[in-house]
Design a protein around this ligand. Structure first.
Ligand code: 16G
Length: 249
């Protein structure tokens, strides 16, 4: 690798980071490859150890690299690219990628909606909802923490399903005839707190994507409101945009 250009703008760690990132994106470095250690980068680029550490740490935070204690730092698998604009379930998304979907059920209960959920589901705050909290897994690896609230009056007995290995959307469709038509979804960045970091196997403060989705059934009746935290180091969301000037816009 060539040393960073000290005449170029931007801090040195940023240049090293960009350099490694380009090597990963250009597939000169592929998943599982070991990247130079802090010490090696220090020698190769004539920079301080702090600078090398910062470059590696940022790439790790962004999901390009992962560290194995005592072994070194390696190139991670590319992130999942998740299209926005298609209403799919976690189970479908994983199967489409050839991965085994899984879940650890963290909570199942019938409870009163409360203000926030009630607003989304357009019901009263005391109306009953089913709350299903799951850690979602892809081939056993934690991907997201998900808390779904479903209007209980639409699907009596919903919680008797075994959600460790069944899809909520499938159960809603097969057992209750609920066809989900469309959803509105918001997405924002948050930092992992202690509990979330432990569950998702990331560091405290690591970037997560908070997604809130309200999904509507027939006649646009809200069926579920979901709050999910997706790992920022494993997911990239993608949307197709249309110019308002184009004939379809
Ligand atoms: C996805 C949805 C979530 C839905 C779940 C159902 C996002 C951000 N969230 O994770 O709203 O409840 O799928 O999955 O896409 P399931 O049918 O596999 O249980």
């Amino acid at each position: 690798m060539t040393p960073p250009d000290r005449t170029q703008a931007g801090p040195l760690y940023h240049q090293i980071r960009t350099h490694l990132q380009e090597a990963i994106e250009g597939r000169q470095l592929t998943p599982g490859d070991r990247v130079p250690s802090e010490r090696e980068l220090t020698e190769q680029f004539s920079v301080s150890r702090m600078t090398a550490r910062q470059a590696l740490r940022e790439l790790e935070m962004q999901g390009y690299l992962y560290r194995v204690q005592g072994k070194g730092t390696f190139v991670a698998q590319p992130k999942f690219v998740q299209p926005l604009g298609r209403l799919t379930s976690f189970t479908q998304d994983m199967r489409r990628r050839g991965l085994e979907p899984g879940a650890v059920v963290l909570a199942v209960e019938e409870t009163a909606a409360g203000r926030h959920v009630a607003e989304a589901l357009k019901i009263g705050p005391d109306s009953p909802v089913f709350r299903l909290e799951r850690l979602r897994l892809a081939n056993g690896e934690p991907m997201a923490l998900e808390a779904a609230h479903v209007d209980a009056r639409l699907c009596p007995g919903l919680l008797s399903a075994r959600f460790e290995n069944s899809s909520l959307y499938q159960v809603l469709q097969d057992r209750f005839g609920i066809r989900l038509g469309h959803a509105s979804q918001s997405l924002e960045a948050v930092a992992a707190r202690t509990y979330e970091a432990t569950m998702l196997h990331v560091r405290e403060g690591a970037p997560l994507l908070l997604i809130e989705r309200t999904t509507l059934g027939e006649a646009d009746r809200p069926v579920e409101f979901v709050r999910s935290l997706y790992r920022g180091d494993r997911y990239r969301f993608m949307a197709e945009l249309q110019s308002p000037l184009s004939p379809l816009g």
